[in-house]
Each structure stands twice: as C-alpha cells, then as structure tokens.
Design a binder for this molecule. Structure first.
Ligand SMILES: *Cc1c(COP(=O)(O)O)cnc(C)c1O
Length: 226
C-alpha cells in the first residue's frame, strides 16, 4: 500500500483542484496517518470518538480532526476542545448538546448539518421538514457556541451515476437556497461536504467544496465500521 502514490493519484483526478480533501483514516493504524501527513495531508476524518482520542496524541498538533460519523451526545465532551469540524450533525437535539458543551469550554464548535439525500433509510440526516422546523424554531436563534459552516450529505450506495448526481444536485440546491436566506450569524454556507472514494468526481462536478476519501488513499477497510 503506497499511501503517497494513492494520494497523488486521487489529487490528480480532482475535477476541482480547490476542493478540500479530508483523508478518511477510520480503522487504519496511526502509521498510515503519519504516512499521509508526511505526504502533506493535515485533515483526517474519523467516525469514532474513541479512535480519534487514541490517535490524536500520536499525531502532530497541527493535524485537523474531522468527525464524520454518527456522534452520540454523551461523547461530545471528549472532542469538543479540539475537533476541527463535526460533519454529521443530524438532529436539532445533537446541535443543542454540542452548543452546551461549547459553552462549558468557551469554544464555538464548527459543524456541518447532515442532510438525508439517499434513498436508503439507514443513512442519517435531516429531512427538509426537520431542517425547516429547526431553522424556524426560537431555540435555534439562542445557540451561542456552534458555528454551522455548511452541509454534508452521502449519496445512495449504487452504481447508478445518474441517481448519485441527482442526489448531489439536490443537496447543492438546498445549500444555495440557504445561502441566499437571512439566517443567524452563526450559520454560514461555506462548506458543502459531499463525495467519497466512489463518487467524489461527480460530487465535485456538482459543487462539493470538501470530499471525504478513505479507501482510495488507505486501501479497503477489512472490517465493518458502522
Ligand atoms: C467511511 C466514510 C467515508 C469514506 O469512504 P470511502 O468510500 O472509503 O472513501 C466518507 N464519509 C463517511 C461519512 C464515511 O463514513
């Protein structure tokens, strides 16, 4: 496994060279992260709090940690002081909990709202109705220690490229729509996190600003992770 060569391959194939790469290192040993770091990568995506906690002390302090998995409320406190971006905020309740933890340590925590765009029920995320409900809620305006920087979504796991494209287009449309609205100052639409190893080129064609790529860099994961 030549991580450096894989990285070059991936970056060379970017449709948008300005798109931020988050190297998804879940299940991989810290030595793999160190190889990617040596090749210039600073942004790493993990989906388990415990794994971030284990790897963080072994990585240089300028490593950016991205939480890309489903986050449980009782674990927020472990990553709140340093997490660079929480991609998978999929409920108002979770956002309120993150705000609460941010308040405790006086840090405004950067997050993305995960939107459900796939046809699979198993994937997490807000649907449109839940999102509107939250945005219109008086409780929402009272948040003080979160920075909502954009949206995240995962397309359906399918070979049907048209379906994937349509799902990404829907997410981009929502992103643009929110961008044009007047919203509280802690909410901005800067980042659109969409695209993984199988679909990052389509995602970039449809306006992604951030792709989360694992297996194309680090190789296949040999055990299920969520
Ligand atoms: C695992 C994971 C990825 C990376 O998947 P690959 O197909 O290995 O690139 C991206 N996003 C999320 C949310 C993930 O859980």
């Amino acid at each position: 496994m030549d991580i450096k060569a894989n990285l070059h391959q991936v970056i060379k194939s970017f449709v948008n060279p300005n798109c931020q790469l988050v190297a998804v290192s879940k299940t991989k040993p810290t030595t793999a992260l160190q190889a990617a770091y040596a090749a210039g990568i600073r942004d790493f995506g993990e989906n388990k709090v415990q794994e971030i906690q284990a790897k963080q002390p072994e990585m240089p302090s300028d490593t950016h940690w991205h939480m890309i998995g489903h986050l449980q409320s009782n674990k927020i406190k472990y990553i709140a002081p340093f997490i660079h971006l929480i991609h998978g905020v999929d409920s108002f309740k979770l956002l309120i909990e993150i705000d609460k933890q941010g308040k405790k340590i006086n840090r405004s925590i950067p997050v993305l709202l995960q939107i459900h765009i796939a046809t699979e029920e198993s994937k997490f995320g807000f649907d449109r109705e839940e999102l509107e409900g939250m945005l219109c809620s008086p409780e929402f305006e009272k948040l003080t220690h979160v920075q909502v920087q954009g949206l995240m979504g995962m397309a359906t796991f399918t070979d049907n490229q048209n379906q994937i494209r349509t799902e990404f287009q829907g997410l981009k449309q929502l992103f643009d729509e929110l961008k044009s609205r007047s919203l509280p100052s802690f909410l901005s639409m800067k980042e659109l996190s969409m695209g993984m190893s199988g679909d990052y080129q389509i995602a970039q064609e449809e306006g992604s600003t951030m792709v989360r790529i694992g297996s194309s860099i680090f190789g296949a994961r040999n055990y299920p992770t969520s």
